[in-house]
Design a protein around this ligand. Structure first.
Ligand code: F6R
Length: 589
């Protein structure tokens, strides 16, 4: 969840690190800090708040030094305070560290170190790392040895980095179940949780794997296992372009990413046919299929299951990743587990995949982030390549996932006619984006309603869930997504005079039953916002979407819901890029 970046090179570290932090702010934005190594030892500036606010207060660029580490925080242990912001330092400013993850044995270690007269300044689990490194470094005077002893002492998950007052030319890092990647630049090297934090400087990277440490000394760097064995890492060139991380002319990343979808959909649809073939062979051969994903990716998974059953006549099961362990007794070597994830770093997804692998299952993934932990845990990956998604709410990654899912389904049933119709979808998404003004009007009308309902049937039900999730997380208005048929089983009791209900109602096999639902709700005073290709007198407000093949409506109808959530948030003066309490890449379980 937290974003971390380190730099060692020929340039001043502070501006590079500050820029890197800004790029990663989506990972966590309750506090931030930078520590550099200068001729005067370790220099440190940090505070709570957003990076730009902190920078105005402390002026990060005052920090001298060509080596430094920086952190943007999403609090897990310890409240949002100056003391709990990273970097953390050991006694006497000997070592500074930044950490992403959770140290499970920090209570025991803290007690032990306090008995040895270490003074702690924060309530965080992370501070322990600075004190441990200092302790072990003092014993041997050797950085690598101190680092190995530290990682062998820690329990939990971590990607951390450290600088040492008495080692003027070194940054070290370690990785266990949290991402860490090395960037190889011309004038310096990087170590970060996210490639985008340094992509302005280099696209050549080396991914650290779990249970690996790195010692970066000047221009050189050595990677070792936690047992101290040296490893040679491969250099990968990543495809993302630096410009993709700018907001361009848009007010927020979220709306920029919503508008990017015609382009990102086109990219996602262009899959390597050999890889698609391998993927569908695995689907055909598997005795059973489990889909695992969280949040928005889970909603894409629900559509995947619907299409597998309806179109390909393939039975599959789906579970949110945090509940996946309930199925573990049923998973075996004839099981194919398909993981869906934008980031490829979601801890719950990774845990489910690891459980599945322990049972001997095959794991295939559909994801965005190249080189992510999930991509390296899976036997096969299909990437939807929608570029970095910076807005915390998933938008273009959702439709990117759907595009890959459709490619798989239509290949599975060898339906080239449907594949051609799929290729037409980006054009239809463009048409929906052109109706934004109407959606702003609707957002203005309903922005102060404290409860909104989203209703859909069949393939539209996951979109109802997704529409409600987007509205909740961006505007903080309460919203619920419901299956049309379920209304009478309880939730109809909530419908009263003036309640807004958004109905996903394209003219398909669900249309007539939805009209019945609409009548029931209207009879109780609901205000109906129809999302359909066909106007109907029953709608109080209407969001027109183009007519497309009935299977493809999910991609087209989710766009206005994303826009509605975005504009409601803006009208309610929320920052849609950084919703409260949330962070992108949920790397804790
Ligand atoms: C919602 C959202 C989250 C993510 C979820 C899974 O807008 O962004 O619900 O979809 O945390 O993340 P990934 O797809 O990265 O595994």
């Amino acid at each position: 969840m937290c974003g971390i970046i380190g730099y060692i090179g020929e340039e001043n570290a502070a501006p590079i690190l500050l820029n890197g932090l800004k790029k990663m702010e989506y990972r966590g934005y309750d506090s931030a800090g930078i520590a550099t190594l200068s001729d005067d030892g370790i220099l440190l500036l940090k505070d709570k708040g957003k990076i730009s606010e902190i920078d105005q207060k402390v002026n990060f660029l005052d920090l001298k030094g060509k080596i430094g580490i920086a952190h943007t925080r999403w609090a897990t242990h310890g409240g949002v305070t100056y003391e709990n912001a990273h970097p953390h330092v050991s006694c006497g400013l000997e070592v500074a560290t930044i950490h992403n993850g959770i140290i499970e044995n920090h209570h025991q270690l803290r007690k032990k170190l306090m008995d040895e007269c270490h003074n702690f300044n924060s309530d965080t689990d992370s501070e322990i790392i600075a004190h441990l490194l200092e302790r072990y470094y003092k014993e041997s005077g050797k950085v690598k040895k101190a680092l190995l002893q530290t990682v062998q002492t820690l329990k939990g998950t971590f990607a951390f980095q450290a600088i040492f007052k008495h080692e003027p030319n070194i940054i070290v890092g370690a990785r266990k179940d949290a991402p860490l990647v090395i960037g190889l630049g011309k004038n310096g090297n990087f170590l970060a949780s996210d490639i985008i934090s340094f992509i302005d400087h280099t696209d050549k990277v080396m991914f650290l794997d779990n249970h690996e440490i790195v010692v970066m000394r000047g221009k050189r760097m050595n990677v070792y296992t936690f047992n101290g064995e040296r490893i040679v890492k491969e250099i990968t060139q990543v495809a993302w372009e630096a410009k993709e991380t700018s907001k361009e002319a848009f007010a927020h990343y979220t709306v920029k990413e919503i508008h990017e979808q015609p382009k990102t959909l086109r990219t996602a649809m262009h899959q390597n046919s050999k890889k698609v073939l391998d993927f569908i062979c695995a689907i055909k051969e598997a005795e059973q299929i489990y889909i695992t994903a969280c949040g928005t990716s889970y909603h894409a998974g629900l559509i995947f299951r619907n299409l597998l059953a309806r179109i390909a006549k393939v039975r599959s099961h789906i579970s949110v990743s945090s509940e996946f362990s309930q199925n573990v007794e049923l998973i075996d070597e004839d099981t194919l587990v398909i993981a869906l994830s934008q980031s490829g770093e979601t801890a719950d997804v990774l845990e489910s995949v690891s459980l599945a692998k322990e049972q001997g299952a095959k794991v295939f993934s559909i994801l965005n982030a190249e080189g992510s932990s999930l991509s390296r845990e899976s036997q096969m990956n299909l990437f939807f390549n929608c570029g970095p998604e910076i807005g915390v709410a998933a938008t273009k990654s959702f439709t990117g996932q759907l595009a890959v899912i459709y490619v798989l389904i239509f290949s599975l049933v060898d339906d080239s006619k449907m594949s051609n119709k799929l290729f037409d979808i980006p054009r239809n998404v463009e048409k929906v984006l052109e109706t934004e003004k109407n959606i702003i009007k609707i957002a203005e009308k309903y922005k102060d309603d404290s409860d909104l309902y989203f209703i859909g049937r069949s393939i539209h039900f996951p979109i109802a869930l997704e529409g409600a999730l987007k509205l909740k997380e961006l505007s903080y208005n309460h919203a619920e997504g419901m299956a049309g048929g379920e209304l009478k089983h309880g939730t109809l009791a909530l419908i009263e005079e003036g309640k807004p209900v958004i109905v996903l109602n394209p003219k398909d096999h669900t249309y007539d039953e939805m009209l019945n639902n609409i009548s029931e709700m209207k009879a109780r005073g609901a205000k109906i916002i129809g999302v359909s290709n066909r106007p109907n007198g029953m709608y109080d407000d209407f969001i027109q979407i183009p007519k497309v093949d009935e299977l493809l409506y999910p991609i087209v109808e989710v766009i206005p819901l994303q826009l509605l959530a975005y504009h409601t948030a803006v009208l309610r003066q929320r920052n849609p890029d950084y919703p409260r309490n949330l962070a992108k890449s949920v790397t804790v379980t």
